[in-house]
Design a protein around this ligand. Structure first.
Ligand SMILES: Nc1ncnc2c1ncn2[C@@H]1O[C@H](COP(=O)(O)OP(=O)(O)OP(=O)(O)O)[C@@H](O)[C@H]1O
Ligand SMILES: [Mg+2]
Length: 720
């Protein structure tokens, strides 16, 4: 086997990292310098040049999607299926471990994963049980406390409240929450990691097995590991395993979730003989994009410090577009994408990024209206939509009756006349008796404790689940989901509850879940096919938010800046470049968080390969409120030599510009023209909407500012 082929497509520094002797290696380098490429080639190198079995390799990636792509790339390079290799996210790998050793980890065989919303519901319940008021103990705050402690590897017993009553209560809540999870046989995201770490810590035999097996551990996006993930890696590596870590301190964007960029430094200190490799050539972006990104991130203090260079030439300047409002911003983006496609580009080369999910709605509307297919990554995620979670809850209950969160979710959805009071009663009995809600309901329905009507309703629910279990026995996964869809009555429920398009959209989503099951069945990946339903339910929990639209369809990508990590696209838009949106308002007062926002901006900008647009709306309606905005400070931090401002009708050089500047938009006036208005004085026509007598002109007046005017009544005359 010719291993030089693995090194050929690499530069010298990359070769050093890929072909170095087995040992701890750290690659710290900026965006687009080939870190992920190096990691993939390293794995192929280990297999081919060092004769390592794929069975001995564990690779950690940041998303499940990245894991899939990595496996494919390695198989293509090596020319063999890389079976036996473990590739996945920290959460995915931890889950896999816990499944295999559930008894030692003190978990039921078919434990379920709680997502963030389920977790909130459970925290709420715990607060009720403890007789605490949500206004003094906000659910999110309690949830944040619990997760942060877990991310730091701390159980209630490890925490000293130092007599502080506030902390003491939080600790009690943490304890009660743990107990509720245990009763329900559920595990939240942070728990997956902590439990997997404890599994190894407390079971030397198991740890030893994995240490012998995984001598080669590779980690992408190392800067975003948190304390427990780092501890997990250390424990696994022991004295015999090697860790190959790649990362970029400038792209650390999960500090708010406990990520510790110091782990990069710690790793060099705590692991022996770490070879550090720096990569400085960027292969992704043009000179202007790179220059602008470099100078932006240079404003952050305390960086490890590195500059990237590129051979690709300047390319197009980074373009800044100030839209009048959010609709116009979205239309601008839509038009530019259409031009891209008309010019021979593909839609999936385009990505629209934003800081907050709420921004996607207007963008989606414009894309739908313009007939541009798109796919949302993350955000109001498919698997997080209410109707999807409802249907999954039916299936989860079939899989495990102990799943209290699922029980609560659907016991009265669709409505069976089970009131909140009845559910409260059940909760209380369950708590007193230390039983699950299912067991409690079963008992209460038997002894009539709840009153005749409630008993009947509860019985109906119990029967529905029991019957569903029988009905799906022996069916294929897609048929199981379809059967649950029919049995649950959810489609009718939503059609009645939400009239028109919204209800229909929910039913479409339920149908889509059947398709998702079918797709999963055809390509389940590396899972236990004995229990395909269980694997699918896990998949739904873990993959929530990753790519959803029909596979293979050529569509534009929409995602949050966080979700864009590690990806690249020829044409990138970052929308909503406004103070308070980006940087996020929660970060405005806090220097550390502001730096993290700047890193996030760096991450976003460095996704772009050939064209980058930063857009903002001068006035924006969001969450039902409308207001004037101020441009993001990041816009003003960009060096002039790399940016160009685009104004509709004013920048003929910009391919993105709206209609050509000489388009006649009203009687005797054209876009971009200087005009005079009897009241507002002189200004420039910057946009128009509609045509005929209804046409409206957007004019930027020198003194009066921006105004929309009806063209036929505007009385505009050419100025000067
Ligand atoms: N030596 C090389 N020759 C040609 N192209 C390269 C080389 N190294 C990397 N690339 C290409 O450059 C792009 C960026 O590489 P990659 O995604 O591995 O960078 P990265 O450092 O992981 O970036 P990020 O920090 O954003 O994750 C990819 O398209 C990759 O194929
Ligand atoms: Mg990468």
């Amino acid at each position: 086997m010719d291993v030089t082929a693995l090194l050929d497509p690499l530069n010298d520094a990359q070769r050093e990292a890929v072909g170095g002797p087995p040992g701890h290696t750290l690659v710290v380098a900026g965006a687009g310098s080939g870190k992920t490429r190096v990691l993939v080639h390293r794995i192929a190198w280990l297999i081919q040049a060092e004769g390592v079995s794929p069975f001995g390799i564990l690779a950690v990636t940041f998303t499940n999607k990245a894991a899939g792509e990595m496996r494919e790339r390695i198989e293509a390079l090596v020319g063999l299926p890389a079976t036996g290799m473990w590739v996945g996210t920290f959460h995915g790998l931890a889950h896999r471990l816990l499944r295999q050793h559930h008894a030692e980890a003190d978990l039921p065989k078919n434990f379920q994963i709680l997502d963030s919303a389920d977790q909130q519901r459970l925290v709420k319940r715990v607060l009720q049980e403890q007789g605490l008021d949500e206004s003094s103990w906000p659910v999110r705050q309690v949830q944040g406390f619990i997760n942060a402690r877990k991310d730091d590897g701390q159980r209630p017993a490890d925490i000293d409240h130092r007599g502080d009553p506030y902390h003491r209560t939080l600790l009690e809540l943490y304890r009660a929450y743990e107990e509720a999870c245990r009763r329900a046989g559920v595990v939240d995201f942070a728990e997956l990691l902590l439990r997997a770490w404890e599994l190894w810590r407390d079971n030397p035999g198991i740890l030893d097995h994995y240490r012998r097996r995984f001598r080669h551990i590779l980690v992408d996006e190392f800067q975003d590991t948190n304390a427990i993930q780092y501890a997990w890696l250390r424990l696994l590596a022991g004295d015999s395993g090697t860790v190959f870590a790649v990362g970029d301190d400038d792209q650390s964007i999960y500090g708010w979730r406990g990520a510790r960029v110091e782990n990069i430094r710690r790793y060099s200190q705590e692991f022996p003989d770490v070879v550090t490799v720096r990569l400085e050539q960027n292969y992704r972006s043009t000179g202007h994009i790179l220059g602008a990104s470099n100078q932006l991130i240079a404003r952050n203090p305390e960086r490890l410090g590195k500059e990237l260079w590129t051979e690709t030439g300047h390319g197009e300047p980074v373009r800044i577009y100030d839209a009048f409002n959010e609709n116009e911003e979205a239309r601008f983006i839509g038009r530019r994408i259409q031009q891209w496609v008309e010019g021979g580009g593909r839609r999936d080369e385009c990505a629209i990024l934003y800081r907050s999910n709420a921004l996607s709605r207007v963008l989606e509307e414009v894309l739908v209206h313009s007939g541009i297919p798109y796919r949302i990554h993350g955000g109001p995620r498919f698997f997080e939509r209410a109707e999807i979670k409802d249907l999954l809850a039916y299936l989860r209950l079939v899989a495990s009756r102990d799943d209290d969160p699922s029980f609560e979710r659907v016991v009265n959805t669709p409505s069976r006349g089970i009131g909140e009071r009845t559910v409260d009663n059940l909760r209380q009995i369950a708590r007193e008796r230390g039983l699950t809600l299912w067991a409690t309901a079963w008992e209460a329905a038997g002894n009539g404790q709840l009153g005749a009507r409630a008993t009947k309703a509860i019985q109906r629910f119990l029967t529905t689940i029991e019957e569903l279990e029988q009905a799906i026995d022996g069916l294929s996964l897609a048929e199981q989901v379809e059967t649950a869809r029919q049995h649950s009555g959810l489609a009718d429920h939503y059609l009645q509850k939400e009239k028109g398009e919204r209800g229909q959209a929910r039913v479409d989503n339920l149908d889509e879940l059947v398709s998702a099951a079918r797709a999963f069945e055809l390509d389940p990946g590396d899972v236990d096919t004995e229990d395909l339903l269980g694997a699918f339910l896990t998949h739904a929990s873990l993959e929530a938010g990753e790519a959803q639209a029909a596979a293979g369809e050529d569509c534009v990508h929409l995602m949050t800046l966080h979700g864009a990590k590690g990806l690249e696209f020829p044409l990138v838009f970052i929308a909503g470049m406004e103070e308070g949106l980006f940087p996020h308002r929660m970060a405005l007062e806090d220097g550390n968080r502001l730096e993290e926002e700047r890193r996030l901006c760096y991450v976003g900008m460095t996704r772009a390969m050939s064209e980058l647009y930063l857009t903002r709306a001068e006035s924006r309606r969001l969450h039902g409120r409308e207001g004037h905005t101020r441009p993001s400070r990041f816009l003003t931090e960009l060096p002039e030599e790399h940016v160009e401002s685009v104004r509709p009708g004013r920048a003929p050089s910009a391919p993105a510009a709206a209609p050509a500047p000489d388009t006649e938009v009203g009687e005797g006036v054209t876009l971009g023209q200087r005009v005079h208005h009897p009241t507002f004085g002189e200004g420039v026509i910057i946009d128009c909407e509609g045509d005929g007598p209804r046409a409206r002109l957007h004019v930027n007046f020198d003194d009066a500012g921006l105004k929309w005017l009806v063209a036929s009544h505007a009385n505009l005359t050419p100025a000067g």
